[in-house]
Design a protein around this ligand. Structure first.
Ligand SMILES: [Fe+2]
Ligand SMILES: [Fe+2]
Length: 240
């Protein structure tokens, strides 16, 4: 690919980057961020609050592991299999790391949290979108699967970035969270590169529309999710 072609294709895939929120959405994003920062500080005040945070991370990693194993791996063409297996190994390591951190806080981690009600609703709506858009792509469901994966990894990056910033580099959780954050950043690049490979030039408009819809679902749960987390922080972080 020539430098000129590369420049043109980079521009055509602008939709892969998270759009900068504007107007009312920017206000909503700032509000969600502030509520979640306050909730994190409160949850860190008590061991039971910290256990809840770890269980939430564990549930997220568990769900990602299952998606890779049950949905992505079976429909991946042979040239993608090694990459999916490597991705799967990373997510399994994250599960082990969060389970270990939970054990250190006196929770044996044997009771795995299913994704909460809000996350399940979000996943269901993403699955519906995937089936609606699959026919637009030569690679079928694989494209919506990677588009959803990209948004989920970008979300994980945002969540872990915020958490690392809130606790600071001296905190005992910082090495764990920054290590996982490094991997999630790698996964964002991996999903972006895969989408560049599997989406044909004439399908890019459909990909942009699909990503817009996936992100709209995510944003529609933003304030509710932040408030749920704040209430949990208020209850579990209370000093008595
Ligand atoms: Fe992960
Ligand atoms: Fe990941």
């Amino acid at each position: 690919m020539s430098a000129r072609e590369h420049g043109a294709s980079a521009l055509d895939f602008q939709c892969l980057n998270m759009p900068r929120p504007e107007g009312l959405s920017a206000l909503q994003a700032r509000l969600v961020d502030r509520i979640k920062r306050a909730a994190l500080l409160r949850l860190h005040r008590r061991p039971r609050g910290e256990r809840l945070l770890l269980r939430m991370y564990l549930a997220g990693e568990d769900a990602t592991e299952r998606t890779l194993l049950e949905e992505l791996l079976p429909q991946s063409p042979p040239w993608l299999e090694r990459q999916v297996e490597q991705h799967l190994a990373d997510e399994q390591r994250h599960v082990a790391l969060f389970a270990e951190a939970l054990r250190e806080l006196g929770d044996d981690g044997s009771v795995r949290l299913e994704p909460d009600w809000l996350s399940r609703r979000k996943i269901l709506r993403w699955q519906r979108l995937a089936h609606r858009y699959a026919a637009c792509f030569e690679h079928g469901l694989l494209v919506p699967a990677y588009a959803t994966g990209l948004c989920a990894e970008q979300m994980a990056e945002r969540v872990l970035n915020r958490h690392c910033a809130v606790i600071g580099s001296e905190h005992r959780w910082y090495p764990l969270l920054s290590r996982v954050l490094g991997d999630e950043k790698g996964h964002v690049r991996l999903c972006e590169n895969t989408l560049r490979r599997i989406v044909a030039p004439h399908e890019r408009g459909h990909l942009a529309a699909l990503l817009k819809d996936i992100r709209a679902v995510d944003a529609s749960f933003g304030v509710t999710g932040a408030l749920a987390m704040y209430v949990a922080g208020w209850v579990l972080g209370a000093s008595r």
